[in-house]
Design a protein around this ligand. Structure first.
Ligand code: 3HC
Length: 311
């Protein structure tokens, strides 16, 4: 019986069809999807903090309303993704507990500080730009609910990327001090943005299986390369330099060569020893505790409703 079910699963994946919640799936497939989708959701929620810090200090009402909308979008992305994880049998409260206990990850990029307002633009341009490179292929992920969540998320991400780039273009058309602010921000975020795509392919324990199951459509290095090739002309148009002396077009490869990523720094950040890891988790823990009354009220209300309906 399982043989037939496994055959049907393999055939679904081989034909680039969608695996749906009620379909039989190997336990390992379920587990790796819960792992990836939950960490994606955690990344969206933690990702609200770095730029959220600038909502009260945005330089104009227009910038403040754009930033508010973007941070609200990230919260929504997190909720879609937790809902997708729940279709795999995961429990949202359990996923939050695992995040707060350091048993599940979130993207390394959000463990870097945002000391300058230009960071709001740089995050939109580079971080959301990298997210788009990573998330567009995920619209074709083999697990239906994940792929469908990505379609909506990618539409909103392109707004995020564009508003960030427009913010930086405006600053670059300003004073020398504003131009220096943008360059300093790009210098801080460029290499951490490349780390968002994960470790090199030869040190990526999950990639082979995720590619075989159609969870991932490209490897970490392929998407990193695609992001570099996409971003170099944008940096030129912006008038900023990317902090990599080895970055140059390689006509033979048809891609840009670039310098070595500091994988020791990446490992430190992923291990919880990045510049802002403790602060980000403390904030998330505080928000969870401060929100307990909302969860209790909703549970009490639902119980009251159920009791009334049972009469
Ligand atoms: N930060 C933290 N952990 C990372 C990481 C990163 N940038 N890159 C890889 N890792 C972790 C992996 O989770 C894995 O650990 P685990 O087995 O405990 O989960 C380990 O490092 C080895 O990496 P692998 O390449 O083997 O893992 P994956 O095959 O899962 O690839 C990934 C990593 C490319 C991030 C993949 O999980 C993925 O595509 N996830 C979905 C997209 C996502 O999470 N993007 C993060 C940013 S979300 C965002 O940017 C929001 C936007 O609005 C700004």
């Amino acid at each position: 019986e399982t043989g037939t079910l496994r055959d049907r699963f393999e055939e679904t994946v081989a034909r680039d069809r969608r695996v749906e919640p009620r379909d039989w799936m190997p336990e390992e497939y379920r587990r790796t999807l819960i792992r990836q989708v939950a960490q994606h959701a955690h990344s969206e929620i933690i990702g609200m903090q770095p730029e959220g810090a600038w909502i009260t200090r945005a330089p104009s009402l227009r910038r403040k309303s754009i930033l508010l909308a973007k941070v609200q979008d990230e919260a929504g992305h997190g909720l879609y993704l937790y809902a997708a994880a729940e279709t795999l049998g995961a429990d949202r409260a359990d996923l939050t507990a695992k995040l707060l206990a350091g048993q599940q990850k979130y993207s390394s990029i959000f463990n870097y500080p945002t000391p300058s307002y230009a960071d709001v633009g740089t995050i939109g341009w580079l971080v959301d730009g990298a997210a788009i490179c990573n998330q567009v292929p995920l619209c074709r992920s083999s697990y239906g609910p994940y792929a469908r969540a990505m379609v909506r998320i990618c539409k909103e991400e392109s707004f995020h990327q564009r508003q960030g780039y427009e913010l930086l273009l405006t600053l670059m058309a300003g004073t020398d001090a504003q131009r220096a602010m943008v360059q300093e921000s790009v210098d801080r975020f460029w290499w951490p943005a490349l780390m968002m795509f994960g470790p090199p392919d030869d040190r990526s324990p999950n990639s082979a299986r995720s590619m075989a199951w159609g969870v991932k459509r490209h490897t970490n290095d392929e998407l990193r390369q695609r992001f570099v090739d996409m971003t170099v002309p944008q940096a030129e148009r912006l008038g900023v330099t990317l902090p990599d002396p080895e970055l140059r077009w390689n006509a033979e490869r048809g891609h840009h060569d670039f310098g070595a990523v500091d994988w020791a720094e990446f490992a430190e950040v992923v291990a919880g020893r990045g510049p802002c890891n403790a602060e980000r988790l403390a904030r998330r823990r505080a928000a969870h505790d401060e929100g307990a009354w909302v969860r209790e009220a909703a549970t009490a209300y639902a119980a009251g409703q159920a009791a009334a309906a049972a009469v």
